[in-house]
Design a protein around this ligand. Structure first.
Ligand SMILES: Cc1ncc(C[n+]2csc(CCOP(=O)(O)OP(=O)(O)O)c2C)c(N)n1
Ligand SMILES: [Mg+2]
Length: 569
């Protein structure tokens, strides 16, 4: 049998080359003795650009943000201490379906083989703890050896890309410079072709149902973005004149100015027209739907029993389950197969709510803040939201071509600051707006320094309300555990970069906010808005109140008048 062409390369250099071929141009992380060898190879070969971060947690968030815009992201950590620092973020990538490659410079094989005790281990003779930990938060993981490296590197990168999930690889520090035989050709990121019969049958089954329906509709979760099918979904909706709703994880995935876009579906918490179109559809096509309490209006979502469930690599239609098909091919086939509908007009778009005039000298409230933000958004923005009262961003209407970045399922506070570094690195030409609370910001604040170091120009909107307001709606309206230290947030750009040109604003009134919003975007803008600790939009407090019922049950302490409730006017 003729063997496929091969060549010889150093393991570390091969890994870097493969990352580059997979479209990864930057590597985030923190150096450590076990990974310095790979960093030296990166330096010597000039393949990827190194973006050192202040912590591995932030590197994991940055790689996640980068991957969301770039299709794939990567970070480099050191054994144990670095790997566990990053595992929260990698777990988030797993939960949120984001393809991230976590590379860990690990214990030399010499020590593993001889059982030599080494630092950054449990000193218990085992070297597998961190590999085992990562097995729970990755689609695949492996420790590289000279025998498996050529195969494992390709398998792991391709698995991350195909599954839209993170992978973890350990590169023992004494093998990065060893020559191995590697394939001569480049790594091609592609899905395995669908099974021809399954694909044909699946397309026919979906198209048949959709064509026969009188009220077809589409419901979109985040996988529509991860598997890159937003434009197909809009094409299908257009051809069938069918309405499309998203759940909050997929905010902005469907252009919100698209005539067939309905809004966000959240069960009973949805607007009536959205709820009706989804719940009484006689053929609902759901894309990657993964319901949890915060994406279903506390389990009040109710999809029709005969909903078609399409996922990245499989489709459920009635009793039939189709495997070995890809979402993109299925949708392309369905678009071609369904007849063009002309008599199902989209519902007229409601006129935008009239803007009330804000008194410039009045103290800033959340209601006025979010109304002002609606006017600030512009086409093409990358819009970040962290946990907290900033969730009000979900209520704003996005202009075309905006990208939403958030972590709705995983919900780790501080994610947004690290991820912002990642999206800025992936797409520095776009305008990036971060909406974050003081509590979330404190978790990962030091990454602001890396953002400044690389001359990025985001706009950071921080709400200083003295602590964890959204948590006060669960429990502890006035308890000290929901209070935090009152930093001088707007001074931080100067702290993190002495010669910063960032424009900082401390906003207390509507007039202050207007001034901040009129600053040009030629440098970083940091807007610290001081607001009342009890101020939050009613849907947000309601959601916290309901969350407390679910979390603590009827015997819980939330009923002792110990909970922030929506204001009653
Ligand atoms: C890593 C992590 N720790 C704790 C929490 C719990 N938590 C959720 S929201 C929140 C408070 C957020 O406060 P802040 O960012 O100030 O937002 P606010 O509601 O005050 O606007 C906390 C502590 C979490 N989601 N993630
Ligand atoms: Mg707060």
């Amino acid at each position: 049998m003729p063997s496929s062409p091969s060549r010889r390369m150093k393991i570390g250099e091969f890994l870097l080359l493969r990352l580059e071929e997979a479209g990864v141009r930057h590597l985030f992380g923190v150096p450590g003795d076990y990974n310095l060898v790979l960093l030296q190879q990166l330096q010597d070969t000039g393949t990827l650009k190194w973006i050192g971060t202040c912590s591995e947690l932030n590197a994991s968030y940055a790689a996640d943000g980068y991957a969301r815009l770039n299709g794939l992201g990567a970070l480099l950590v050191t054994n144990g201490v670095g790997a566990l620092g990053a595992i929260n973020g990698v777990g988030g990538s797993y939960s949120e379906h984001v393809p991230v490659i976590c590379i860990c410079g690990s214990i030399p094989l010499r020590s593993v083989e001889r059982g030599l005790g080494m630092h950054h281990t449990m000193a218990d003779g085992s070297y597998d703890h961190f590999l085992n930990a990562y097995a729970h938060v990755t689609a695949a993981c492996a420790r590289l050896t000279p025998r498996n490296a050529a195969i494992e590197i390709d398998r792991l990168i391709l698995t991350a890309w195909r599954e839209k999930r993170p992978v973890y690889m350990e590169l023992p520090s004494d093998i990065a410079y060893l020559d191995i035989e590697v394939p001569a050709g480049p790594l091609v990121l592609a899905d395995a072709p669908s099974d021809a019969e399954r694909l044909r049958s699946c397309i026919a089954a979906v198209a048949r149902r959709l064509s026969a329906a009188t009220s077809p509709a589409i419901l979109v979760d985040a996988d529509a973005d991860r598997f890159g099918v937003a434009s197909e979904l809009m094409e299908l909706a257009e051809k069938m004149q069918a309405p499309v709703a998203v759940i909050n994880t997929a905010k902005g995935v469907i252009d919100e100015t698209f005539p067939h876009y309905l809004g966000i579906y959240l069960g009973k918490a949805s607007e009536a027209h959205v709820r009706e179109a989804i719940e009484i559809s006689d053929c609902l096509l759901a894309i990657g739907y993964r319901p949890i309490e915060v994406t279903t209006g506390d389990f009040t979502a109710s999809l029709p029993a005969n909903t078609i469930h399409a996922r990245g690599h499989s489709v459920d239609v009635g009793d039939d389950n189709y495997q070995a098909v890809t979402l993109k091919e299925v949708l392309r086939g369905v678009i071609n197969a369904v007849p063009r509908v002309r008599n199902r007009a989209p519902r007229p778009v409601a006129a935008a709510a009239a803007r009330t005039h804000a008194d410039p000298s009045a103290k800033l409230t959340q209601a006025a803040y979010w109304q002002a933000m609606q006017g600030y958004l512009r086409e093409g923005d990358v819009l970040f939201v962290d946990n907290g009262t900033s969730y009000a961003l979900f209520g704003l209407k996005f202009p075309p071509k905006c990208t939403f970045v958030g972590s709705v399922n995983w919900g780790s506070i501080g994610y947004s600051v690290g991820a912002l570094l990642g999206t800025l690195t992936a797409a520095p030409e776009r305008r990036h707006l971060l909406f974050v609370g003081d509590g979330s910001f404190q978790v990962t604040a030091q990454e602001l320094s890396t953002i400044l170091r690389h001359d990025h120009k985001p706009v950071i909107f921080l709400i200083n309300n003295g602590g964890y307001t959204i948590e006060r709606g669960y429990l502890g309206k006035d308890e000290a555990y929901n209070d935090i230290a009152n930093w001088s947030y707007a001074d931080l750009p100067k702290v993190f970069r002495r010669d910063t040109s960032a424009r900082s604003f401390v906003v207390k009134t509507n007039g202050d906010l207007q001034k901040a919003l009129s600053a040009p975007n030629d440098t970083m803008i940091f807007v610290e808005s001081i607001m009342d600790r009890y101020d939050a939009l009613a849907p947000i407090i309601n959601s916290s109140n309901k969350g407390a019922e679910l979390d603590y049950g009827p015997r819980g302490p939330q009923n002792r008048d110990n909970q922030l409730r929506p204001a009653t006017h």
